[in-house]
Design a protein around this ligand. Structure first.
Ligand code: PRP
Ligand code: URA
Length: 206
């Protein structure tokens, strides 16, 4: 299942600033935080609830609390920009990290770091990566997360390419992709068009 949130006015607003080649790092970071909050609220629809009773000043009524066991896994580096705003949406969460870097020529991702908290079949994992291009980084990350025992995984992106989403979903049909926008296509260097360029470079001013 893929969700494209580009109809949302806030997504359109933040994405326009992120795409603009003139946008400087500080503004880029601010908009990354803003758009991630909106996308994360939508991704959070997959969360499970425990029913609880709550006493208002007037009476007792039925309420609900989030089940514990939410884990965020940002893909380094660029996914780090999404971590803080995602934790603002779901504060009671744990964090794992995975470092993946695309080869500049082949665009194939290789893993240079991984640190996961305990994961079980009831854990809800949200993988954070702003750009899903060929889908290789996302697929490798989810493979490792599943190998650690998680069964409930969602992919949270800011921009995805249709080719990458198709490849990713062939490998992981059980993992929903929630994206701010599914863009047009990849170019011959496997960059997303129209895209916003290299997210990590723009976020970290490198
Ligand atoms: C970017 C991006 C994704 C990946 C997407 O990371 O943040 O992780 O490329 O491409 P794919 O879908 O084709 O695998 P990059 O490898 O540039 O590393 P960085 O975040 O450290 O800049
Ligand atoms: N990674 C990026 O940062 N941008 C792209 O367009 C593709 C991969």
């Amino acid at each position: 299942m893929t969700k494209d949130l580009s109809e949302h006015p806030l997504v359109q607003h933040y994405l326009t600033i992120l795409r603009d080649h003139r946008t400087q790092a500080s503004e880029f970071r601010r908009c990354c935080r803003g758009i991630t909050g909106v996308i994360m609220v939508e991704a959070a629809r997959s969360l499970q609830l425990d029913p609880v009773e709550v006493t208002t000043p007037l009476e007792v009524t039925q309420g609900a609390r989030l089940c514990p066991g939410v884990v965020f896994v940002p893909i380094l580096r660029a996914g780090l920009g999404m971590l803080d705003p995602a934790m603002n949406v779901i504060p009671n969460s744990s964090v794992g990290y995975i470092g993946l870097e695309r080869d500049e020529v082949t665009a194939e991702a290789s893993c240079y770091y991984a640190k996961m908290p305990d994961l079980s079949d009831s854990t809800q994992v949200f993988v954070l990566d702003p750009m899903l291009a060929t889908g290789g980084s996302a697929a490798q990350c989810v493979e490792q997360i599943k190998a650690h025992g998680a069964k409930r995984v969602s992919m949270v992106c800011i921009i995805a390419a249709p080719e990458g989403v198709a490849t990713f979903q062939e490998e992981h049909p059980d993992v929903p992709v929630v994206a701010g926008k599914i863009d047009r296509q990849l170019n011959d260097k496997k960059y997303i068009l129209p895209g916003l360029g290299d997210f990590g470079d723009r976020l970290f001013n490198t």
